[in-house]
Ligand binder design. Structure first.
Ligand SMILES: *Cc1c(COP(=O)(O)O)cnc(C)c1O
Length: 350
C-alpha cells in the first residue's frame, strides 16, 4: 500500500488526552485538572448577551481586547502577550518555530506528555532527562544538552511540584536556546516566572485559562515574552486562532480576578485537607502547588484502585508509564466531591 505519510508521523504514537465523559453522566470527574467551580458570573453574562454580529465576522486576529485585559491583570505590556487556542496551541507554535530534524528539544520527566508528541511531529530529537526521586531539577544535564527548546512545566504535572525560580534563572542564563516555562498551574502556586521573561530574551511563560479560570471548554491560553521572540511566533500561528466567543469570555474572566482568587483559595484549602486525609489512609502524598495531588497507595495496586474507583463513579488519572504506574493523579474537587472520594477509598482499602 502507498504510504501517504511523513515517516515521523507514521511512526509516532497518537497523543492520548485524558478521558472525557458526557456532562450528564453522574461521575465525579477528577482526571483532567479542571476547576470544580463554575466560571465567573460575569463570564456567563457575556455569553448570555453575546452579539450575533460578532459571530458573522472574523474575530480580531490578535485577540486585541483579551490581550489588553491580560496586560492589565498581569502588569505586562500588551505587545509582550500572544494568545492561543489553549496553551496547547502555543506549545505547538513554539515547536514549529524552533524544532526541526537535527535540533534537540529537552525536558525533565515525568512531565506533560504533549512535549514528546509535539517534538515527534517536528521530527526533532527529544531528550528526556529524569527528575530525581525528590523532583530536583536536573540542571547540569539540561544545560549540557542545551536544546533548541527546553520545556519546564512549573508547577509540573503530574508531580505537582514547583521548580525554584533560582533554578529556572540558572537555566535561562546558561541556555542558548529557548526556555519555555509552562505555567498552566501558576494560579495555584506561591511563585511565578514572570520576572524571568523580563530578565532574559530567551524565556517565554505559557499560561492558560483552562485551570485557574474554569474555562477549559473555551480553549484559551496566552504566552508572555519579548516582542522580538513574539514576532517569530506570530508568523506560524493560525490567523484567527482565538474565536470571538473565547476572546469576549476571556476578557470577562481576566477582569474578575477577585472571583478567580476566591475559587483558588477554596481549592488550596481543599488541597491541604485532602492531602491530610489521604495520608491518614496510608497514601504517600507529594507536596502540590497545583489543583491536583500525586499519590501512591501503599498496600493496594494503583491500577486496580483506579478501576475500583471508576466502578464507583469516581474518575482519577492513571498513567501506564515508568515511575507513575504505581501512583494516581487526583484533581482537587469540591469539598463534597473530595469527601465522597475519601469515604469511597475507606471502603475500598480496609
Ligand atoms: C492543562 C495543561 C496545559 C494545556 O492547557 P490548555 O490551555 O487547556 O491547552 C498545558 N500544560 C500543562 C502542563 C497542563 O497541565
Amino acid at each position: 500500500m502507498t504510504n501517504y505519510f511523513r515517516s515521523n508521523i507514521d511512526l509516532m504514537p497518537a497523543y492520548t488526552p485524558s478521558e472525557q465523559i458526557e456532562p450528564s453522566a453522574k461521575i465525579i470527574k477528577l482526571n483532567s485538572n479542571e476547576n470544580p467551580y463554575p466560571p465567573s458570573p460575569t463570564v456567563m453574562e457575556v455569553l448570555r448577551n453575546f452579539d450575533g454580529e460578532l459571530l458573522r465576522r472574523y474575530p480580531n486576529a490578535f485577540a486585541q481586547e483579551f490581550r489588553q485585559a491580560a496586560s492589565q491583570a498581569l502588569g505586562v505590556p500588551v505587545d509582550w502577550i500572544i494568545t492561543g487556542n489553549g496553551s496547547d496551541e502555543l506549545l505547538s507554535v513554539v515547536m514549529r518555530v524552533c524544532a526541526e530534524p537535527g535540533r534537540k528539544v529537552v525536558y525533565p520527566v515525568p512531565t506533560y506528555v504533549l512535549y514528546r508528541t509535539l517534538t515527534q511531529m517536528q521530527a526533532a530529537e527529544s531528550v528526556e532527562i529524569p527528575y530525581s526521586e525528590d523532583y530536583r531539577l536536573p540542571l547540569e544535564e539540561l544545560i549540557a544538552v542545551n536544546g533548541s527548546v527546553t520545556f519546564i512545566a512549573s508547577p509540573n504535572s503530574p508531580s505537582g511540584h514547583m521548580v525554584p525560580i533560582d533554578d529556572l534563572r540558572k537555566l535561562a542564563t546558561h541556555l542558548s536556546g529557548i526556555l519555555a516555562i509552562d505555567e498552566a498551574y501558576v494560579d495555584f502556586a506561591e511563585e511565578n516566572a514572570l520576572d524571568l521573561t523580563q530578565e532574559f530574551e530567551n524565556v517565554i511563560s505559557l499560561r492558560t485559562l483552562s485551570k485557574g479560570y474554569s474555562l477549559a471548554g473555551v480553549r484559551l491560553g496566552f504566552a508572555i515574552t519579548n516582542p522580538k521572540l513574539l514576532s517569530a511566533l506570530y508568523k506560524v500561528k493560525d490567523s484567527y486562532n482565538v474565536d470571538a466567543i473565547a476572546c469576549a469570555v476571556g476578557v470577562a474572566a481576566m477582569n474578575d480576578q477577585a472571583y478567580k482568587n476566591a475559587c483558588i483559595e477554596k481549592i488550596k484549602a481543599s488541597r491541604t485537607k485532602l492531602a491530610i486525609e489521604l495520608k491518614q489512609l496510608g497514601f504517600r502524598v507529594w507536596d502540590s502547588q497545583t489543583n491536583f495531588l500525586l499519590v501512591q497507595p501503599r498496600e493496594v495496586n494503583a491500577e486496580e484502585l483506579f478501576q475500583r474507583l471508576k466502578e464507583r463513579k469516581i474518575l482519577v488519572r492513571y498513567f501506564q508509564q515508568p515511575r507513575l504506574d504505581d501512583k494516581l493523579r487526583i484533581t482537587i474537587g469540591t469539598n463534597e466531591q473530595n469527601q465522597f472520594l475519601v469515604q469511597t477509598l475507606v471502603s475500598l482499602i480496609k
